[in-house]
Design a protein around this ligand. Sequence first.
Ligand code: SAH
Length: 555
Amino acid sequence: MAQKGKIFVVGFGPGDFKHITTRAVEALQQSDMIIGYKTYVELIQDLVNAKSIISTGMTEEVSRAQEAVRQAEAGSIVSVISSGDAGVYGMAGLVYEVLIELGWTEATGIEVEIVPGISAINSCASLLGAPIMHDACTISLSDHLTPWNLIAKRVEAAAMADFVIALYNPKSGRRTRQIVEAQRILLEYRSPDTPVGLVKSAYRDRQEVTMTTLAEMLEHDIGMLTTVIIGNSSTFFYDNKMITPRGYQRKYTLGEEKQPLRPHQRLREENEPWAMNQETGTARNDFAADPNAGRFNKPSIAATPKPKKTALEMATAALTMVKGTGAVKVKPKLVQQKIESIFELSVSPGVANKFFTPQQMIALAEVVGEDGTMEYTPDHQIHLKIPTTEPERITERLQEVGFLLAPIGDVLSLKACDFCYGEKADSIPYAEEIQAKLGGMSLPKTLNIGFNGCGMACYRAVFDDIGIVYRKSKFDVFIGAKPVGRTAHAAQPVVEGLEPEQLIPLITDIIEEYNANAHPNERLFKYFKRVKKILHFTYQDMSSKIKVEPAPCGD
Ligand code: SAH
């Protein structure tokens, strides 16, 4: 019996040899015969040693697939080639269709191997920057085999749903109207400033990369070998690159390695208000799209009780609603819309001051507005969350009325007693100096300094990471309280009767040593326990030696 042949359907990537996979090269080299469109066969000719090469015209795809099957059934190893990926508007599906027509099954028929390649959406995106970071789709504008009305519907659906869109086959010598019509549909849903990237002949000799906008894209050359990538509502240009952020919500704080939300926190409902509820299977209505309300250039629509939103509105609402810091440090040169994020900070009237003035209350109400929140915390602070595009204006306004501002997160905060409203005020300047020098400093983990103005210690500074107690005109210093868990303990006394002028240098040294050597997320007590020494202070096990009785169980 004659040896059975094999068909490889090979995607050879954008066109240069560096972006072809090893498996694709192997397949081409193992083949007795290469079948493909002539331009493509020429592109890969140097890689193959096949005895026979069949190159055909663009439109003879079916005969190419049939020939491949015939040759393989006669015992040859055949590679059918496509540019990019053979499964994306390529030859893979067609080869299977021809085989199925002949009753082929994997068990009984010739062997078929589909070799994946880098599709144009990926190669073109890489030349533009990172435009397809978020949900993206491909749409071919070729209406040779697909009704135009269906294509138009897909363009509209993708536009409405805020997909990044890669348009394949945007234009040819005879098909010139499709791209004009696609632009018209897109402009109904997206801003004219939406970034658009045009990539022609990616990774080939005549490569051209153009950055433009949805309004102006038709003023540039678009042809058979161009892929058009349309950004979503948050895509922007920066330094000649087209970039789509990873999500609509800034759950990540750029410029910091450690992110404000840990993976398990991200999944909580308050952090993802738009997500599907796992019990009810529904999502909040604020994030529901209404196809008719979705148009960018909205015709007047009949009033509905609660209008649903456009993709852009949903994205903006998402940004506005979520919790998490808004510290976005990228300042793109051209952003099509200002990104609103939640600015979080806490305010208090002062380190040694617990009185609010009417002006401060007015300023608070003003900056928080209708959409923000203020929450009184156990730390004697008011925690603000305010959706805004201009955090600087908020901080300016609050500072004007004398508020002490502190960032949220893993920072140093100083918490103090009320100094008996000034009666025992000798130590206030030291507390204020620590706040001025170290307050808000970013650290491996939250660090609280508790400060007591007298020996009564009514603030209970010894339960903080660093406790400072002013007693008989001198300071006692404690470090490393463990406030939670079954081995919770107070801080270890390390210095007694410290001269006031030595306080700030000592605290600064402790903090600097901890900051330089602690692991990310390692609280001061853990660090102290691990390294056993901070400055010249030796760690002592402060956890209770009392044996904890197991809790009685229910039965
Ligand atoms: N199978 C191919 C797509 C074939 S359809 C793939 O996965 O990439 C042909 C269309 O692909 C072209 O009209 C163009 O839009 C896109 N295309 C293919 N190669 C390209 C390249 N090197 N540069 C830019 N676009 C390309």
